[in-house]
Ligand binder design. Structure first.
Ligand SMILES: CC(C)(COP(=O)(O)OP(=O)(O)OC[C@H]1O[C@@H](n2cnc3c(N)ncnc32)[C@H](O)[C@@H]1OP(=O)(O)O)[C@@H](O)C(=O)NCCC(=O)NCCS
Length: 148
């Protein structure tokens, strides 16, 4: 059974394997370590016993959440694992009175766009040539959460 828990420094080597396999411009290890010790940063992993399948990294800044990173091990995609991470984040955000969640996604990353669209994110802007390696634009996606 998949369980979601906080990422710790011992997870970073396994996280880096997924990161490198998932992105054209992967984060460096230091980026994960930096976020592990940042007060605004939340970093979760999806695990089953000793196996790490996926992670999500986001910042909580005031009443906003910004998703910095999410990836699932290639062999385990399309099994609802990213959905579990996002559902947990959404429930955390609602409890924390977060008003909106944002992120950037590569304009060519259709699977991630489909994932976010299914979850109610809307395109609200574009950062031209945000990704240096493929000179691709970033789409800025946002989801507003209803407040009570
Ligand atoms: C995007 C990503 C995180 C999705 O993870 P996942 O665990 O495979 O996604 P889930 O199985 O939870 O999918 C949930 C929903 O998202 C959509 N979705 C996910 N992958 C999809 C794909 N390849 N094509 C179309 N829709 C997709 C579907 O609507 C799916 O629901 P369904 O299975 O009922 O159809 C994964 O493909 C990944 O790690 N990609 C590489 C890293 C990346 O691009 N991260 C995003 C950076 S912005």
């Amino acid at each position: 059974m998949i369980k979601i828990r906080d990422m710790n420094a011992d997870d970073v080597a396994e996280v880096m394997k997924i990161e490198r396999a998932s992105f054209n411009e992967p984060w460096a290890e230091i980026h994960f370590y930096f976020d592990l010790y940042s007060k605004i940063s939340y970093n979760w992993v999806a695990v089953n016993k000793d196996e790490l399948y996926a992670y999500i990294c986001f910042w909580k800044i005031g009443d906003e959440v910004h998703i910095n990173n999410i990836a699932v091990k290639e062999a385990n995609r399309k099994q609802g694992i990213a959905q579990k991470l996002l559902d947990k984040l959404t429930s955390f955000a609602r409890k924390s009175n977060i008003k909106s969640m944002t992120l950037e996604v590569n304009e060519h990353n259709m699977s991630a766009q489909a994932f976010y669209k299914k979850n109610g994110f809307m395109e609200v802007g574009r950062r031209p040539k945000y990704y240096e390696n493929d000179q691709a634009d970033a789409l800025i996606l946002m989801k507003e959460l209803e407040t009570k």
